[in-house]
Write a protein that binds this ligand. Sequence first.
Ligand SMILES: *[C@@H]1O[C@H](CO)[C@@H](O)[C@H](O)[C@H]1NC(C)=O
Ligand SMILES: *[C@@H]1O[C@H](CO)[C@@H](O)[C@H](O)[C@H]1NC(C)=O
Ligand SMILES: [Zn+2]
Length: 296
Amino acid sequence: MKVTAVAISAAALFAQGAYSWGLVGHATVAYVAQNYMNGAARILTSHLLSGTPLAEIASWADTFRTTPDGRFSAVLHYIDANDKPPQKCNVKMERDCASEGCIVTAIANYTSRILDDTLDFSERSDALKFIVHFFGDISQPLHTEGLAVGGNEISVLWGNLTTGAKVNLHAAWDRQFVDTLAGGNTLAAANSLAKNIIADLDTGIYKDLKAGWTSCGSIKRGTGCPKAWAQDSNRLICSNVLANGVEEVEGKDISGDYYAANVPIVRQQLAKGGYRLGLWLNAIAKAEQLKCSSRP
Ligand SMILES: *[C@@H]1O[C@H](CO)[C@@H](O)[C@H](O)[C@H]1NC(C)=O
Ligand SMILES: *[C@@H]1O[C@H](CO)[C@@H](O)[C@H](O)[C@H]1NC(C)=O
Ligand SMILES: [Zn+2]
C-alpha cells in the first residue's frame, strides 16, 4: 500500500496535475455560469456546441493539449508569475506571459475568435470550449504562480502514507480539495456543488461580493479583464496558498488544518470563475447580436 502510493512517478503526477481544476472544478464553474446566462448566451453557446451542455465540454482543453494538434495550447492554461511568495505577489505581463502566449492573452484571443465570422464553425466552437475552460483555470491561484512550477514541484501528502497518497500541491488544489468539497468526482457532484454556490451568490455569503468580482467585465478591453483576474488569483498565493511559506506544506499531510483553512478559498474561486464566465458569455452574445443588426 505504502509502496504503491510513493511509487507513483513524479512525471505522472505532473502530467495529471499541471493544467487545471479537475473535471469537478471545471464542471462546477460551467454549471454556475449557465445559471447566469441570458437567453442570447444560451442560444449562442447551444449553437456553437451543437446542444452539448457547457459542463460536458469544460475539460475538453485538458484533453486537447495532449494531442499533437493541441500541444501548442498547453502554455495557455496558466501564467507563471515570477514573483516571491509569500513576501511579494504580482503578475507582470512582460515578465510572466510566455512569448507563445499565456492564459491572459488566450482569453482575449478566444473571446474575439468566438465572434469572428471569418473562422470555420469548428474554430469558433473550439474558441468557446477554451473560454469555458480558461475561466476555471484563471480562478485557480496556482495557475497564476511560477514558484515550483505552480506548486507542481512541492510534494505534499493527502492523508497519511498508510491510507493516503503522495501528491503535489498544485494537484491537491486542482483535485483533492475540489472533490472533497463536492463529495465526489462526478458531474452530478459538480452540479450539486454548483447549486450550493449559486444559492450563496444569490442570497448568501457571495451576494455582496459578486459585483466586485465582475467590476471588470468588458470584452472590448482585450487582455484588461483577464489580467485583472490573474492578479486577483495570484494575490491569494501570498495571502492563503503559501501564506506561511513552502515549509508549511512541503512533505506534510495537508488534508487536515491546511485544507480546512483553504477550502473556503477554493469554493469562492469556483464561484468567481462561474459568475464571471456567465456574464462574459452574455457580453459575447450581445456583441454577436450587435454584429448581426449592424449588417447592411
Ligand atoms: C489564438 O488562437 C489560435 C487558434 O487556436 C492560435 O493559433 C493562436 O496562436 C492564438 N493567438 C494568440 C495570440 O494567442
Ligand atoms: C492514517 O490515517 C487513517 C485514517 O485517518 C488512520 O486510521 C490511521 O491510524 C493513520 N495511520 C497513521 C500511521 O497515522
Ligand atoms: Zn487547464
